[in-house]
Ligand binder design. Structure first.
Ligand SMILES: C[S@@+](CC[C@H](N)C(=O)[O-])C[C@H]1O[C@@H](n2cnc3c(N)ncnc32)[C@H](O)[C@@H]1O
Length: 408
């Protein structure tokens, strides 16, 4: 093994230990991604979704970098991992990412959607068959991960050059797929299509910690348009983005996500969506005035009730003021507002409140619903999903059981 930053042969990187060097690992040929007929739509639209999967020759999975540093932020990349990943971040964050598992970024044989032009929205994704509630619609690993500090602090010219250098580290088809996204330059493509994510191994780190806050660009995921009452929920684990259906999606229906907090009132949602450069005309935003006002009133009630429950649980003696029905009311408000992608949170609150007052029937009902909704939204092993399964099967053994009744 020679140690070099050359683009072929045995590659060296500070991100791998000597034992992990992959010099003699034979290159595995990646399988050809499905495409063509399954999408049914025009070829151009198929390519939007599948091009990065069609590389003729696979690359070895080797982390490289740092290169092209600007202060503490450098470019790190791995051409062979999950279709190709490039990072602009610190060495510490890059090492952390390199230690994480990633999903294999390959489209399923028959993706349940095709890309099409949607009037007034640009490109979007349409279901080509019935998609079941709870079904994974798409799973992608980030192609580009960028720390927020260079994104917000660098002068535009330096930043654009820096981003182009990072993009150059991706395999050509992946780079081409990136360039298909909406936005006039690389910066705008990142800005319009990226998801905020926290790169940390420290529980409790928040997006406000600039060292940890990053923007992740996930090819394919960028084609989901916004709806204030979307039919999917997404989660980001490590640097993998997973989109799951939160209700049954009919063939021909557009697959949507929300870009903003759907529990906000209509004017606030629309204000935030202005930043994305469009006026939202989704069914919820297009309700007749009286129904829109009713929705806003429900959202206000939902917010107040949620805050009241939090406050009472946190304040000494606060549980004395609580009534078991408050939990059920909260869940009802979420259901009436069709906030299908937030039901895990609402059902969990409801189950806990009923458990505090030893209502066995309601506790098991809401804990069972919460277990299913939380698993759908966050994965089967998510701690709240595990806790809700346990509450549903043995309510009396849970920490919350009866604590509302035991107070003096
Ligand atoms: C992440 S991209 C989604 C894909 C995009 N339609 C395209 O053609 O690349 C976000 C952009 O799509 C458009 N968009 C998304 N949802 C929309 C909606 N509900 N109404 C109008 N435009 C929307 C906006 O221009 C927004 O800035």
């Amino acid at each position: 093994c020679k140690t070099s930053h050359a683009t072929d042969g045995c590659l060296w990187s500070p991100l791998v230990t000597k034992n992990e060097l992959t010099c003699d690992t034979p290159w595995s040929r990646r399988r050809q991604a499905a495409g063509g007929g399954a999408f049914g739509a025009a070829k151009k639209q198929d390519e939007l979704l599948s091009e990065e999967e069609n590389d003729d020759e696979a690359k070895p999975s080797v982390w490289q970098g740092p290169a092209n540093c600007n202060g503490r932020h450098c470019i790190f990349w791995n051409e062979g991992l999950s279709g190709g990943i490039a990072l602009i971040t610190t060495s510490h964050n890059a090492q952390l990412i390199a230690s994480w598992p990633t999903a294999n970024d390959v489209l399923p044989e028959s993706p349940p959607f095709y890309a099409a032009q949607i009037p007034g929205k640009g490109t979007g994704l349409i279901a080509n068959r019935t998609i079941r509630k709870g079904e994974i619609v798409m799973q992608r690993t980030a192609a580009l991960v960028i720390n927020v500090t260079p994104h917000y602090d660098l002068d535009p010219e330096t930043r654009e050059e820096f981003y182009r250098q990072a993009l150059d580290k991706l395999p050509p088809r992946r780079r081409a797929a990136f360039m298909e996204q909406m936005g006039d330059d690389v910066y705008a493509k990142v800005d319009r299509n990226a998801f905020r994510m926290v790169i940390t191994d420290t529980p409790g780190a928040t997006r406000k910690d600039e060292n940890k806050a990053h923007l992740g660009n996930f090819l394919g995921v960028s084609w989901f348009n916004h709806d204030c009452r979307p039919n999917t929920h997404y989660r980001i684990n490590n640097i993998t983005h997973t989109t799951v259906a939160v209700r049954e999606i009919a063939p021909g229906e557009e697959i949507t996500v929300t870009y903003v907090d759907g529990t906000l009132r209509r004017a606030e949602r629309q204000k935030r969506l202005d930043d994305w450069g469009f006026k939202c005309t989704c069914p919820q935003c297009s309700l007749p005035p009286d129904e829109a006002e009713e929705s806003d009133r429900r959202l206000e009630a939902l917010k107040m009730l949620g805050e009241e429950l939090e406050e009472r649980v946190r304040t000494p003696g606060g549980l004395k003021e609580m009534m078991p029905e408050m939990g059920g009311r909260l869940a009802e408000l979420y259901e009436q507002e069709r906030l299908d992608s937030y039901l895990g949170h609402a059902y969990t609150r409801a189950a806990l409140v009923y458990s505090m007052f030893e209502d066995v029937e309601k506790t098991t009902e809401y804990a069972a619903k919460a277990a299913v909704a939380v698993a759908r939204e966050n994965g089967d092993d998510f701690p709240d999903a595990v806790a809700m399964r346990s509450l549903a099967s043995h309510p009396q053994s849970h920490w919350s059981w009866g604590i509302g009744k035991e107070l003096p």
